[in-house]
Design a protein around this ligand. Sequence first.
Ligand code: GDP
Ligand code: MG
Length: 174
Amino acid sequence: MSDALKILLIGQSKVGKSCIILRFCENTFTPITGTTIGVDFKFVEHKVDQKVHRLQVWDTAGQERFRTITSTYYRNMDGVLVVYDITDQNSFEQVTDWVKEIRKHAPIDIRMLLVGNKSDLNGSRKVTQENGKNLADFLNCPFIETSAKTGNNISESFTVLTRAILKIKSEKGE
Ligand code: GDP
Ligand code: MG
């Protein structure tokens, strides 16, 4: 099997990045009170279009609170899930700042997916789907809403991102 595809989750603290990784890698949802799942990354095998791919999924373990994510985190990444919380307008407004960081430090052809998490909390929604879609169009990347709590669209997010990564790799002849 070829090298693992490296995927980073980024976004404001508390938007649900660690929960998304837990749901995707272990299919559980454990409400987390701390800011870290204790490890930097997890390996997971993910089947996309009849083929199993090995993904290395990186968490930021709380550094996002202090904006101390160094360029080494971004280097060598193939894809990034930029996550906000649909019930938290501020987390949505911070997305463009995170994307600036990504564009500054990550490889030029890194693939991005904008993720609006906590879709199960529709009653407390502050960011509409249209807001999310418009921002994604502006950033020139796809958009999806997820719930780490119910599992809605979690696997699909990684599928969309994996496909985009494979496409650019094949265009580059890798
Ligand atoms: P991180 O700081 O971005 O890694 O966020 P966490 O994964 O630690 O989650 C922050 C809080 O949001 C925790 O209390 C989680 O239980 C909660 N949370 C995460 N994802 C969801 C979700 O999809 N729905 C709901 N209702 N709560 C969530
Ligand atoms: Mg976390």
